[in-house]
Design a protein around this ligand. Sequence first.
Ligand SMILES: [Zn+2]
Ligand SMILES: [Zn+2]
Length: 340
Amino acid sequence: MKAAYYNGNKEFKLTAGTEVAPGQGEVKIKVAYCGICGTDQHIFHGVMDKRVSIPQVIGHEASGVVVEIGSGVDNVKVGDKVVVRPLNWCGECPTCEAGNSHICTSLKFMGIDSIGAFQEYWTVKARILHKCPDNISLKTAALIEPLAVACHDLRRGRLKAGEYAVILGGGPIGLLIAMAAREAGAKVIISEINEYRLKLAVDMGFETFNPLQGDIKAHVMAATANTGADVVFEVTASAPGAAIMTELLRPRGRIVLVGIYSQPQTINLFNFFWKELEMIGARVYEPEDFDQAVKLTAEGKLPLEDIISGVYNLTEIQQAFESFEGNSTAMKVLVQCEQN
Ligand SMILES: [Zn+2]
Ligand SMILES: [Zn+2]
């Protein structure tokens, strides 16, 4: 089988991979599609070389079909269409025992800390598979992992119908949060500075705002009878995002922190005191978030495919990653791992 190995220095090597027979509790899946995440782009740029074991197959936003099951597997069978929740938790630490295995203190993220999905076959634990109904295409199913991130963000933020949500950042995750929030009955505005991303959001029917061209606080206040937003989703991981997020909220409003900040930030803590704000961290997803993402996808009401900006064959994975370079308009790029 073919497998794409990240080789360091912005380079993939396509070579023969090793098919692994599923052991107890394991399943071999024929990978159909795997999306390229922002994290994968960070790996490509070499900033995560300490976490990956070069050369390594990466990739974690996978859809596929079960082709072989090991002993003791009863949640899926051969032929099932599945998506992978790419987490490996210890099951024994206090965090796992408290029921929060998705943030296990020794969590391993598959496709970063261990072998991933940019290959034809991937052997994984059965406990992380979620079945997809037949009406979901394998291509669309590759968006379920990032949609599960969005579902987790909404759930952490306790977003309700009728609430006003500001989404700072209109990349793939920001747009998926926007889609799920709109479907949940919330009023949504997306703040973004990239004109291409703004246009895409507008084409999807969202209200948008470019904070480089106007005062976003004034805009949000005018839209909420001078009260402020109920929830802000911070997805930019930028200093301006951290600086503005407390300004946009009503008293007792909530911030959901989605962006992955690598540096400490300046945040207006007086606003937390004065308005009794809440800030809620949101990292990856729990099983129910995947279930919700599968359900939303099966219902077909979200314009998920609109964020797919390119599909490349596994043999073209180098071009797929390079499509994000420079002044790129790439949003969600999928790699088709299934070879005909
Ligand atoms: Zn991802
Ligand atoms: Zn644990």
